[in-house]
Design a protein around this ligand. Structure first.
Ligand SMILES: O=C(O)CCC(=O)C(=O)O
Length: 213
């Protein structure tokens, strides 16, 4: 059977493979049921210790345009843009969503996640600038599972050389899995919008490699 972009199968077992060259990105629109997605959104919004971190950009300290919370196994300290984050412990909801993401990854990648970056986009003014998830502690060709709860937002991929862009709207209860050479060839981000929109929680589950000290 053939599906157009807007009729992609909405069942968790059959992801939509994004048409990106030199990348492996799979989108599961309804990975979580509507009820689970609604209750995880309400729970995480209240239970995570959200904070607005400051990063160094061109030598200047700037507040990032969103709130975030880093969680993981005790050894999973993470550094990006000169910001070092010690992990908060797993909560019951985060562990349960992690298990769901691992199940989606089981057949193709067998990835076990040991950490998650939670992002809270309060409204359309909050955003994430273009970047790749290519920190050394993620290793070569990392598998990253990205969960959306709340307001749907366009997620844009931009090829590092051709500058070609591709947009996938990430919906409430969806999971996007980025794998293979995706991070080597693309940057990704979430743009600001002037539209009056609601809040969105994004969870990016990662596997950090522990290096010998
Ligand atoms: O909110 C999103 O979907 C993007 C999150 C992201 O790119 C990241 O945490 O590295």
């Amino acid at each position: 059977m053939q599906y157009s972009l807007f009729e992609a199968p909405r069942n968790e077992a059959s992801p939509y493979k994004l048409p990106l060259s030199e990348a492996d990105v799979r989108y599961f629109p309804s990975a979580l049921s509507q009820d689970d997605a609604d209750s995880f959104f309400a729970l995480l919004k209240n239970e995570l210790p959200w904070q607005q971190d400051t990063i160094k950009l061109f030598g200047k300290s700037v507040k990032i345009p969103r709130l975030q919370s880093w969680h993981g196994d005790p050894e999973c300290t993470y550094t990006y843009s000169n910001l070092t984050m010690a992990p908060n412990p797993w909560t019951k909801s985060l562990s349960s969503i992690k298990a769901k993401c691992e199940a989606l990854c089981a057949q193709s990648y067998g990835t076990r996640f040991n950490s998650v970056l939670a992002n809270w986009y309060r409204d359309g003014k909050d955003s994430m600038s273009f970047h790749s998830d290519d920190e050394p502690e993620l290793g070569m060709n990392p598998v990253i599972a990205s969960v959306t709860l709340g307001e749907a937002r366009p997620f844009v991929f931009k090829h590092k050389e051709t500058k070609e862009k591709y947009t996938q709207v990430l919906e409430h209860g969806s999971v996007l899995i980025m794998a293979g050479a995706t991070q080597s060839h693309y940057v990704h981000g979430i743009a600001k919008t002037a539209k009056p929109i609601g809040g969105r929680i994004n969870l990016t589950f990662r596997h950090l490699i522990q290096r010998a000290r």
